[in-house]
Write a protein that binds this ligand. Structure first.
Ligand code: AMP
Length: 112
């Protein structure tokens, strides 16, 4: 089922896009939780990480490499956090798989 991120991927609604390739799109989070907060979103509509299958192995690796590239491009390549919220109880609110790339402030551990 399509979500707001599917609409961003299809350019039906605007977003502050910082990176795009054939597999994914990266755009700034509308409600940033750090000075840099970018979402790395596959163009393929997978609702959540636990729905990905063996056929998605290269896609998932691609997202990780894209995150590293976006971090470098934005000048935060040495200090960032990647987060995937999987399922509503883990804080997922948009059911289209995405990585949160957060940077520009101190992060606590364990995460909240
Ligand atoms: P999650 O809670 O892990 O599903 O993350 C969803 C994220 O999407 C939240 O951080 C929202 O602030 C963000 N978000 C929701 N709608 C938009 C939008 N139209 N453009 C950019 N970010 C959005």
């Amino acid at each position: 089922m399509t979500t707001i991120f599917g609409k961003v991927v299809r350019r039906e609604i605007p977003a502050d896009i910082v990176y795009e390739d054939e597999v994914c799109l990266a755009f700034r989070d509308i409600n940033p939780q750090a000075p840099t907060h970018v979402l790395i979103v596959p163009k393929k509509e997978i609702a959540k990480l636990s729905d990905a299958g063996a056929g998605d192995e290269s896609l998932l690796g691609h997202l990780m490499l894209a995150a590293g590239r976006v971090a470098r491009d934005l000048g935060v390549g040495d200090a960032f956090r990647l987060v995937v919220n999987n399922g509503a109880e883990a804080g997922q609110s948009v059911f289209h798989l995405h990585l949160h790339l957060l940077a520009g402030r101190k992060f606590r551990w364990p995460p909240g």
